[in-house]
Write a protein that binds this ligand. Sequence first.
Ligand code: DDQ
Ligand code: CA
Length: 249
Amino acid sequence: MRSPVWLVLAVALAACSTQQEAKPQVEVLQKIPHDTSAFTQGLELVDGVLYEGTGLEGQSTMRALDPSSGNVQKKVDLPEDFFGEGITVVGDTIWQITWRNGVAIERDRKTLNEVRRVEYQGEGWGICDDGQRLIMSDGSAKLTFRDPKSFKETGSVQVTRNGQPLTELNELECVGGKVWSNVWKTDEIVRIDPATGQVTNTYDLSSLKPSDPDVDVLNGIAHIPGTNEFLVTGKNWPTIFRVRFNGMG
Ligand code: DDQ
Ligand code: CA
């Protein structure tokens, strides 16, 4: 039946669906080469240096990269039995945590050499520094707050999305009082309010994933200070992407 009512409906529907067409959530601004042997576990940009920590036993490193070329300018190895995880810069030092070794390594930021080791309970996944405290993930839905000097726990919060615990929070980034986090084995980055633990935004980065089936997951997020841009990459990915997220609101 071809009545004008159907025509009006069809036109209205078409208009509606174009209006609802989602803006791409992530906009790629630049592609930077990334060492494909780097099993990226930590990424942070400070004073023009891109710091990267890598994982896997016998392959874990702490690196300083030139963020415009991706060139590795300095690299130190972790002990063979250590599995490196997140990193964060605090003043003149860097904290690098380990997956199941129960040890956080404090490093000199210039030389990347070890200064001190501190023990902690449980697993280490991601870490960031919000200017006041360290915020660390451990594979559960918990974020632990720590003193940036002693590494001692000062508190914690449970992370939830739509009321459900969100586990496997991986590489972290502290930005303007919020915590951005990779979610392990997903193409998602979430933004968490550490005051409540609630996820306030979820971003889909599946469009960045290399087609090569051998490459591992999205992991690594570094805010570019003074901008609303980020560098993101993945474990063994050939590219670091400079991106902007839409709807950061
Ligand atoms: N984590 O980074 C998500 C915390 C752990 C990653 C574990 C990856 C295991 C790979 C094991 C490969 C063994 C050759
Ligand atoms: Ca980071």
